[in-house]
Design a protein around this ligand. Sequence first.
Ligand SMILES: Cc1cc2nc3c(=O)[nH]c(=O)nc-3n(C[C@H](O)[C@H](O)[C@H](O)COP(=O)(O)OP(=O)(O)OC[C@H]3O[C@@H](n4cnc5c(N)ncnc54)[C@H](O)[C@@H]3O)c2cc1C
Length: 473
Amino acid sequence: MSKNTAGQAIKAQAALADTRFKSYWLDSIDVDDDEAALQHDDRCDLLVVGGGFCGLWAALQAREQNPERNVMLIEAYSVANGASGRPAAIMSTSVMHGIDNTERIFPADVAELERLGRENMDAFRATLERYAIDCDLEWGGEMKVSIGDQGLEAIDDDYQLYLKYGHDAVRLDKAAVQAEIHSPIFHGGTWSKQRCGTVHPGKLVRGLKRAVLTAGVRLYENTPLLAARKTAGGISVDTPGATITARKVLLATNAWAAGHPHISRRVAAIRDRIVVTEPLGEEQMQKIGWQNRQGIYDTRTQLNYMRLTADNRIVFGGRLDYFYGNDTDPTLDKTAQPYIRLVQSFYRTFPQLADEIRFAYAWSGPIGLTTRMAVHYQKYFDGNMVFAGGYSGFGVTASRFGARIGLAIVDQQDIAETRMQFAQTLPGYIPPEPFRWLGARITMYALDTLDEKGGWRGWWVKMVQKMGFPITM
Ligand SMILES: Cc1cc2nc3c(=O)[nH]c(=O)nc-3n(C[C@H](O)[C@H](O)[C@H](O)COP(=O)(O)OP(=O)(O)OC[C@H]3O[C@@H](n4cnc5c(N)ncnc54)[C@H](O)[C@@H]3O)c2cc1C
């Protein structure tokens, strides 16, 4: 370790001295009391399992489509316990983890998936208005940036795709991107301006929970699904206090599904980390620019992403990790140590703030990762129980779409969307433990040291790409 890097690490440690290791989004609002846990056996037409964005959107849309339908939603802990209470919450129009990823996985369907993405975002917005959900929406757009020159080709490719599919996008050269956001490491960017931006996910999830209750969904928190089996009456779901018999079940359990022996063949529980600064003062805001308040992310696999909060904190994320056995609650992530490298990335991005900034919050969250990086559907019990998930790093708004199609699939509706490839096929196979853990560690190490050391690392990264993962360096 160079003297400079060691110095930065010590500075980062000090900046994390008073940090709270919990989600800023949930700590900064009044969260509603939990709904009671289920204590009596019950029946329903549709049981949704998991109270994140996907489950809440599924339950809400099910009741909106048919107000007579008897819909139950069970959540193992409190709603927003998972990724939905912890994202950066940069909103994208894409329902397939970005326009470039859409072209990578479904090249023949890009136009239609983009159209569905626009439709989804308009319906998302209309729903928030209908239920008066106030969640600090800011429509500053999403901006992808190149760190140094390495990502410029990807930025150009994205820009061409944006033009081809009718986005209101601009390509920014080094001077233009640095005029927007004063970071010396940004060498170019593509800024898509319409139907995207940022949201307060804690307020959004709280609003969706209230909407779900208003719509007549029967919601039970602290009620985990323990087991499910096919019975004459439908599907029986055991919880600690009662058994539910449901005609249909939609599993919206995201990364937790990686603990399920079948689902986990295609889903891994990856960890993604975030640090949040204290609110910036006026002078500090001037130092960074960012007048248009875009949601920003870069082109690399070990990427960084960032945004501002309503009270001008910087939310800065990245440093993916994996814990043995798809651990969805690693104790290590409640300490400063795993956030030090993220803070060092922050210093490289905003060196003008490095000597004066402190981090009020740090946390990590579970990402349900697949080779596609986008929602897919796994069918069980003759298609009457469906897992919908795998949004990877882009699910805040895509989960509304994923839930809508998940409902259509579990209801066995023959509509244009359920005939599309994304709904009909599965992402690639991911090996089980201990190969999963070993593979993840080697990949992360290879990505961190490839530039410096080369050698076998390039070969390894290519092999992981061949497995279907969209790795960039
Ligand atoms: C650090 C981080 C940053 C991110 N940044 C962004 C971003 O900027 N933009 C974006 O679009 N997306 C982002 N994402 C991704 C986004 O948050 C997720 O895609 C989205 O929240 C997934 O929603 P979900 O409902 O599928 O999963 P979750 O919110 O994880 O919900 C799953 C729920 O299921 C519950 N559950 C699990 N097992 C059971 C069981 N047996 N019984 C009952 N309930 C159960 C869990 O407790 C949990 O509440 C980010 C994610 C993370 C972690």
